[in-house]
Design a protein around this ligand. Structure first.
Ligand SMILES: [Ca+2]
Ligand SMILES: [Ca+2]
Length: 462
């Protein structure tokens, strides 16, 4: 699981300091069954840990900001807790005395936290970093404020579980802009907005998710009808996957928000009573081709570095595990122009230059194709790698001389097939990862590569 300190990541955004980071995109689920937060890999649904134990009594709303803060509302304590989203460390709490039965929760890009105050008739705001009270909005509209969500233009959505409506406000000037779901929903609880501006509302009375267009409130269809034993919160991720917490079924169901197709479930046997869900909102996504490899790509850690452009200065480093199709993604709050580099154990590093990150959306299309054969991992392919293969010659995983990195093609044995891959990529080097003066194999920089102009260009321009 993740070990990054989000504070370091946040600092890096300002100062350009190097940090170590390890996290893929995760989803977070509040579990009323054991008063915790459960973490799952967004791609695979793999269970990633239980957080908040000992702090939370009745965890309800949950939201993730772009700095790696996870905010969790506690219904019975009337408090919002802040945790490090990457390791679950407790960072602080606020809201006590201002909240009466907090339900749903959302956070905007300015770190303003919005809490649906179910025991009041309003949405209470706080500075998520300082915990300072920032006043209430939407006062007098909802009978039971349940869910709250934000769209990308500052629209704030508040579901009224007793009134059967979803109210829309301008979160900046607090103006009321109208309502959604009138005549459709009877008991709206969870509300979310996907990247396409689709507002999803879970209606507990009819056990389904209703879709509306954020700009004009038009009804766009339903999804998930009858899937949940009894649903609760919803969340939309950056890919318009819709998550539904089935509080009585003990799972999180996934749906394609465009087609309504059921995509599977997370948390069976792990989550007891899932209430609300937080999904990632900003970061990087792409694919990595691990060349000449027969093994399981999901088992190969790939280190993705975000660097200051034209330099080897790392501002964020994340080790990802690829999906079966080779895709990856992870959260990042960085905004600006950066180079992005990928390196895996016995593959050469590749860099994509001048990637513009927004800090508010997912930047996609970061596609790498990594050259295989760097057995010793020093980012160049030369005699040292052949020697390493020789040392592991004819070994298998049970052999005394087994070296998994010498099994270049990942077929479970070190033999001629691995040797050939090294020979084919002989004297190639990856994009540099350290200042020239410190380079270990300066003589092995790409100088005559005919097929990898991408690399050559980067070498010459670095
Ligand atoms: Ca090497
Ligand atoms: Ca092999």
């Amino acid at each position: 699981m993740a070990t990054i300190a989000w504070r370091a990541a946040a600092l890096a955004a300002c100062l350009g300091v190097a940090v170590s980071a390890v996290t893929a995109a995760d989803i977070y689920v509040t579990d009323l069954g054991d008063s915790t937060v459960k973490v799952f890999d967004q791609f695979t649904g793999a269970y990633g840990g239980t957080w908040g134990a000992g702090f939370l009594t009745t965890p309800t709303g949950i939201a993730l900001d772009n700095l790696g803060n996870l905010f969790v509302a506690d219904y019975s304590k009337g408090t919002v807790f802040r945790f490090n989203a990457f390791n679950g460390n407790y960072e602080g709490s606020f809201g006590t005395g201002f909240l009466n039965g907090p339900y749903g929760l959302a956070v905007d890009l300015n770190e303003v936290v919005y809490v649906a105050n179910s025991g009041g008739d309003d949405v209470v705001r706080f500075n998520g970093l300082t915990g300072d009270y920032m006043g209430a909005i939407a006062t007098g509209f909802a009978q039971f404020p349940a869910g709250v969500a934000l769209d990308q233009t500052g629209g704030l959505y508040l579901s009224d579980a007793f009134g059967g409506l979803v109210f829309r406000f301008n979160s900046e000037n607090e103006l009321y802009l109208g309502y959604l779901a009138g005549g459709f929903a009877l008991e709206p609880i969870g509300v979310s907005v996907d990247p396409n501006g689709v507002v999803d509302v879970y209606d507990a009375a009819n056990n389904q998710i209703l879709k509306f267009k954020s700009t004009n409130g038009l009804y766009k269809g339903t999804l998930g009808s009858g899937f949940a034993v009894s649903g609760f919160g919803v969340a939309s991720d950056q890919n318009a996957v819709e998550y539904l917490a089935d509080i009585d079924g003990g799972v999180v169901d996934l749906f394609d928000n465009e087609t309504g197709r059921y995509m599977g479930q997370y948390g069976k046997g792990t989550v007891i009573r899932p209430a609300f869900i937080a999904a990632p909102a900003a970061g990087l996504a792409g694919a990595v081709i691990l060349q000449s490899y027969l093994g399981d790509v999901t088992q190969v850690p790939v280190t993705i570095e975000i660097r200051n452009p034209g330099t080897t200065t790392v501002v964020q480093s994340v080790t990802v595990h690829l999906s079966p199709s080779g895709t990856f993604q992870f959260s990042s709050a960085l905004a600006g122009t950066y180079d992005v580099a990928a390196k895996a154990s016995h593959w050469l590093r590749q860099r994509i230059s001048n990637v513009v990150l927004t800090g508010t959306t997912y930047v996609t299309g970061l596609d790498f194709s990594l050259i295989n054969g760097d057995v010793n991992g020093d980012n160049t392919i030369n005699l040292a790698d052949l020697i390493a293969i020789s040392a592991a010659w004819r070994s298998t995983p049970t052999s005394a001389n087994w070296n998994p990195n010498a099994d270049v093609n990942g077929d479970g044995v070190v033999n001629l097939a691995d040797w050939i891959i090294v020979a084919q990529n002989w004297r190639k080097s990856g994009d540099p990862w350290r200042p020239r003066a410190e380079a270990v194999w300066p003589g092995d920089r790409v100088t005559r590569c005919m097929t990898c102009s991408f690399e050559l260009t980067n070498q010459l321009t670095n």
